[in-house]
Structure formats: structure tokens, C-alpha cells
Design a protein around this ligand. Structure first.
Ligand code: DX5
Ligand code: ZN
Length: 219
């Protein structure tokens, strides 16, 4: 059974204090930092790019779990790899060839994630499951923090976990969007081993990130 890991999303952090916020997450027991990159084309929001990741790199040793909600994505993989990403997660709809983009990420010795939007079926990525390190299951339509968890995604998590076990594969199952203290147990029991959270970690319990990270980890 894989250890439950927490990847706080800095989308909900104070963007004027990102270096300090990342240090606060590291001291609070975060396992990695979820960086939501949005281009106002693949999703209707615009956030940060490689220069910000590069400047944040020196503030923590934690892995940068970089979620690229950008299209096209292939030609920017090099920029995000060289900026200091550790896991680069892409959406299959944003590349002409998923396998080529996976191999391109690997060429920079980075871990590879593929993300499934709520309407995207597992079938779309079944042929690459043995080539990737992580599947990021979106439990909201990507673009914003603070949205409500979509419970219909639980079935998708369970199905993916069954496929993973049947094929004896070892990729991580990460869930992203609306994760909170009411649904974390259900998400973990369905088979996820990495939880992304922005709003719950930064806003609950007067922003006590250590307490919120610990509460999300409870199995
Ligand atoms: C949404 C992002 C998520 C989001 C999670 O497009 O990919 O990572 O920031 O934030 P919460 O936990 O607030 O739903
Ligand atoms: Zn994300």
C-alpha cells in the first residue's frame, strides 16, 4: 500500500509571498508542491510560467508537481523541465502525440504525469499507463481553485486502481479538485495515494497548513 502523500496547490496561496508560502508548506509536512500552470486557452484562467518556477526552485527541496493546463503543451516541456519541475503532468487533449510528449518529458529525466478531466475516459490513456509515473484524476473542471468535488469521479478512481492492480503497474493515482476533510477518506479508499488541495489547506483552521495537511493524510 503506497504512503498517502499531500501535494498542496499554490493556486490558493498568497502570490505576493510565494517563496514564504512554499517554505510554510514544507515546514507543514507537504510531500510535494502542486504548481497549476494555466494559459487562458486550454482553461479559462491564466497563472504562472517557467520564470516563476525557476525563481521558486531555490526556496524548497520538495518536488515540484507541475500541472500543465496549457495547449499546445509539447513545445513548452523543455522550458518547464529546465525551470526545475520534478513531475510534469500534461493533458492528452493538449498534444498531437501523447507518446511523443511522454518521451520528451522523460528525455529531461523528469517524472511523467497524465491528467484526465472529468469527461475524459481512462480508455484515452490505457495504452500509455505502463510508460508513466502518475495519473492525475481531475475531480473538478480545471481552471479554478475552490470548486466543489465531483463525486462521480470516485468510480473512475476505483476503475483506474483496478486496472493498475490487474496490470501490476506502479503509477501514482493523484486526485485534484475540491478535496477536503469530508471526501479525503473516500478518495483514499477508492485508490488514490496523492491528494492535491489548495482551498482546504490554505483556508481551513485559520490557514494552519500543518494541521490541514495532517487532517487530509488521515487514512
Ligand atoms: C484546478 C487545479 C487544482 C486546484 C485545486 O484547475 O488544477 O489543482 O487548484 O484547488 P482546490 O483544492 O481549491 O480545489
Ligand atoms: Zn492542479
Amino acid at each position: 500500500m503506497k504512503k498517502i502523500q499531500i501535494s498542496p496547490s499554490i493556486l490558493s496561496a498568497d502570490f505576493s509571498q510565494l517563496g514564504n508560502e512554499i517554505k510554510r508548506l514544507e515546514q507543514g509536512g507537504a510531500d510535494m508542491i502542486h504548481v497549476d500552470v494555466m494559459d487562458n486557452h486550454f482553461v479559462p484562467n491564466l497563472t504562472i510560467g517557467p520564470p516563476v518556477i525557476k525563481s521558486l526552485r531555490k526556496h524548497t527541496k520538495l518536488p515540484f508537481d507541475v500541472h500543465l493546463m496549457i495547449d499546445p503543451v509539447h513545445k513548452y516541456i523543455k522550458n518547464f523541465a529546465e525551470a526545475g519541475s520534478d513531475i510534469i503532468t500534461i493533458h492528452p487533449e493538449a498534444t498531437k502525440s501523447l507518446e511523443e510528449s511522454i518521451n520528451h518529458i522523460k528525455s529531461f529525466k523528469k517524472k511523467v504525469g497524465v491528467s484526465l478531466n472529468p469527461d475524459t475516459k481512462i480508455d484515452v490513456i490505457k495504452d500509455v499507463l505502463d510508460q508513466i509515473d502518475l495519473v492525475l484524476i481531475m475531480s473538478v473542471y480545471p481552471g479554478f481553485g475552490g470548486q466543489k468535488f465531483m463525486p462521480e469521479v470516485i468510480k473512475k478512481i476505483t476503475n483506474l486502481k483496478r486496472i493498475k492492480d490487474d496490470l501490476k503497474l506502479n503509477f501514482d493515482i493523484e486526485v485534484d479538485g475540491g478535496v477536503n476533510f469530508d471526501n479525503n477518506q473516500m478518495i483514499i479508499e477508492a485508490g488514490a495515494n496523492i491528494l492535491v488541495s489548495g482551498t482546504t489547506i490554505f483556508k481551513e483552521n485559520s490557514g494552519d497548513v500543518k494541521k490541514n495537511i495532517d487532517l487530509l493524510k488521515i487514512k
